[in-house]
Design a protein around this ligand. Structure first.
Ligand code: HAM
Length: 427
């Protein structure tokens, strides 16, 4: 077969009807968990002022440097397709004066995000994320609640072998000390680093720690670690977070190299990964952390916060791999067949009555021959077939055929619902 002329843009994909069950299952679990933890939903625009992300995610991050889809409107506004949700949530918190609400404000969101990445397994240019942001509280228990909420969702979706990786990158002061120590170390090892890292070392040295290049990884194995540069308050914050985690049955490990690719983080950063051997092993299903300075970075007041987001496509791929339980759509137990033009004309109102009574009905209105219609009924495994012929249509009657007993009765159209309900009850 030759390639169709038009295909989805590179790195973007259709979510086909047969895959919708996974996405529906995720939405179902999200609603339950978020309602329990008292999160409120927020929807923000898909396009935002591009500078919102430059300011918050950071000018020298991969997301802003390489991955933003930007456009200039006719009115000369410089907009970006949102690459992530935290900046938008904080923008909304400031813009709508959420600071005057009881704190913390707990928000959740779900929707499409865009990053111009090199397409590969688990990495799309358009993907769906759900996320949470708890804004207005600095207590370390909030960090653990963010982890727990994300972990519980993944667990309730049936995912196993989950591991939380956690680290602290400190506040501005301790991070600046750490950055200096890291740069000193990297300078000494400069010749062993890839060209990308040699550049990153100057503009955003913490990003070097994210490099996947094997030689760089080797060099980084003895690099200074951020936890050794934490001030007393940041140390205490991390200690509290770990103690709360110990109380939970959430498997976690300290990962001194985890810094995350966004500039707004302070103190706690974390990711949840699947440890199951797979093609995408190690790719995070969810990631997040604390961002106590973001509000001020965007012109708001003091609003310490923490949150996380998860990639829906990565979760779906994991659910598929482990054959997670999902509810396949129910098939109709009742089938409606019609013979002749008058019967066809009267069919739609009868079907509407059945729908209003909550009875799911299959049909094949495009086919006129009874044989073809009954063929579809048996493919669907219908237990009851309602047959409206010319004679029944004239007499306001209908034939009700029980496919299991092959018994057929004629009932008044007024009694269809009662009759069908009785047969369904009998089974
Ligand atoms: P992030 O780690 O950049 O964090 O993204 C969160 C999750 O989105 C990742 O763990 C991954 O599952 C998914 N994801 C990211 N990029 C892609 C992609 N190109 N294709 C498929 N999935 C992807 C954030 O976005 C932060 N805003 C999270 C946060 C919320 N931090 C605090 N609050």
């Amino acid at each position: 077969m030759s390639k169709p002329k038009f295909q989805t843009p590179t790195g973007m994909h259709d979510i086909l009807p047969q895959d919708q069950v996974y996405y529906e299952k995720i939405q179902e679990v999200l609603k339950k968990v978020f309602s329990f933890y008292d999160f409120e939903k927020i929807d923000t625009p898909i396009l935002e002022d591009a500078n919102l992300f430059v300011r918050s995610v950071g000018e020298n991050t991969d997301i802003v440097e390489k991955e933003m889809f930007t456009l200039r409107t006719k009115g000369k506004d410089f907009l970006a397709l949102r690459p992530e949700g935290t900046a938008s949530a904080m923008r909304a918190y400031i813009e709508h004066g959420f600071v005057s609400l009881p704190q913390p404000v707990r928000l959740w969101y779900y929707g499409p995000f865009f990053r111009y990445e090199r397409p590969q397994a688990g990495r799309y240019r358009q993907f769906n994320q759900f996320g949470i942001e708890i804004i207005g509280e600095k207590d370390p228990i909030i960090d653990v609640q963010s982890i727990l909420v994300m972990y519980s969702i993944l667990h309730d979706l049936g995912l196993k072998n989950l591991m939380v990786k956690i680290n602290s990158i400190g506040d501005d002061d301790c991070r600046s000390l750490y950055r200096k120590a890291l740069v000193k170390y990297l300078r000494e090892k400069k010749s062993t680093l890839c060209s990308d890292c040699q550049r990153r070392m100057k503009v955003n040295p913490l990003r070097v720690l994210d490099c996947k290049n094997e030689k760089c990884q080797e060099t980084l194995s003895s690099a200074p670690q951020s936890v050794d540069y934490l001030c007393d308050e940041c140390k205490k914050h991390l200690k509290d977070v770990l103690e709360y985690l110990d109380e939970l049955k959430v498997p976690y490990c300290l990962d001194s190299r985890l810094v995350r690719g966004l500039d707004y983080y302070t103190r706690t950063v974390f990711e949840i990964i699947s440890t199951r051997e797979s093609e995408n092993m190690g790719d995070a299903l969810a990631g997040g952390g604390r961002y106590d300075n973001l509000s001020k970075m965007l012109g708001g007041g003091e609003a310490p916060a923490c949150g996380a987001a998860a990639g829906v496509e990565r979760i779906v791929s994991e659910m598929r791999e482990i054959k997670a339980k999902v509810n396949f759509p129910s098939v109709p137990e009742i089938f409606f067949a019609q013979i002749g033009p008058l019967a066809k004309k009267k069919s739609l109102p009868i079907l509407e009555d059945l729908r209003k009574a909550g009875i799911k009905v299959g049909e094949a209105f495009g086919k006129d021959a009874l044989k073809a219609q009954l063929g579809k009924a048996s493919r669907l495994g219908a237990k009851v077939v309602l047959i409206l012929g010319q004679r029944e249509a004239l007499n306001n009657m209908i034939l009700v055929r029980n496919m299991q007993t092959a018994k057929q009765v004629e009932v008044s159209q007024e009694d269809i619902i009662k009759e069908v309900k009785n047969i369904l009850k009998e089974k």
